[in-house]
Design a protein around this ligand. Structure first.
Ligand SMILES: [Zn+2]
Length: 268
């Protein structure tokens, strides 16, 4: 469906719901909210401080999307009545590739697994954050094998089965679709020589605009990607554990995900 058809469909659905529930629907009601820092201290065993950093952007209708993506639409379908009677619900419509989201292998590879079939053991992983924020001035800049070598010299070898996140410092609202990304050869190296379970980025795409090589390298290896991560500057380069709350949409090519970094131990 093109954007107009999607919006029309969303509004048709909203009308259908509103008739059923006799609600006045304002049409495309927005989810209020802004990007939040999302850092909190959770309860932990004595002597074992734990901090959780939210690597997820709040999904709003105005969050930047890839060109041609269906819009994010949220419509109230029932409301809480007097005395807190009833329940509040909303109907939502969005592309699987909206906000902070997972790309499953099926997003690029015809025979690739869909998002519901990503092994749960791959969704909890050591987090390695490689930053090129200091030098990423152009949307054509790439993370290369040289950046991986520099990272490992400082922080040690990337552990097996890690999620490697690229911190460009650009963010979706600053770069849009034009932003620094992974060099495909660096992704191939991370898969073949470091056995990563996935890669992530703080921009809208793991590939430079117009390229597809990073997608092909990671998704072609049966691994996944996470795009539009938040707060990568708030986690250590090494030592955190990431939990990727990928949705279990049957047959999904990906989907919005809650991504959390868990930091355990006195060093954080
Ligand atoms: Zn995607």
């Amino acid at each position: 469906m093109c954007d107009d058809e999607v919006v029309q469909h969303a509004h048709d659905e909203a009308r259908r719901f509103s008739r059923r529930t006799a609600l006045a629907v304002t049409g495309g009601a927005a989810v209020a909210g802004a990007v939040f820092a999302g850092t909190s201290r959770a309860g932990a065993a004595p002597g074992l401080p734990r901090r959780v950093v939210d690597l997820t952007h709040t999904l709003t209708p105005d969050f930047p999307l890839w060109r041609g993506s269906a819009p994010v639409v949220a419509v109230p379908t029932s409301q809480i009545g007097p005395g807190d009677s009833g329940f509040a619900t909303r109907w939502m419509s969005f592309s699987e590739h909206s906000g902070t989201h997972v790309d499953a292998p099926a997003h690029k590879i015809g025979s690739g697994i869909t998002v519901d079939r990503i092994p749960p053991g791959d969704l909890v992983a050591p987090l390695a954050v490689i930053s090129i924020a200091g030098r990423a001035r152009s949307p054509r800049d790439l993370l290369t094998e040289r950046d991986i070598a520099a990272y490992e010299q400082r922080h040690g070898r990337i552990p097996q089965r890690a999620l490697v996140a690229l911190h460009t410092g650009w963010q979706p609202r600053t770069g849009g679709v034009q932003a620094p990304a992974f060099a495909p050869s660096a992704v191939t190296m991370l898969v073949a020589e470091r056995g990563v379970v996935g890669i992530g980025t703080d921009t809208l795409s793991i590939d430079r605009y117009g390229d597809v090589g990073a997608h092909t390298a990671i998704l072609g290896a049966g691994r996944y990607a996470v795009e539009a991560l938040a707060n990568l500057a708030a986690v250590p380069a090494a030592g955190a554990t990431v939990m990727v709350g990928a949705p279990k949409f049957a047959g999904g090519t990906g989907g919005p995900a809650r991504v959390l970094a868990v930091l355990v131990g006195g060093v954080f």
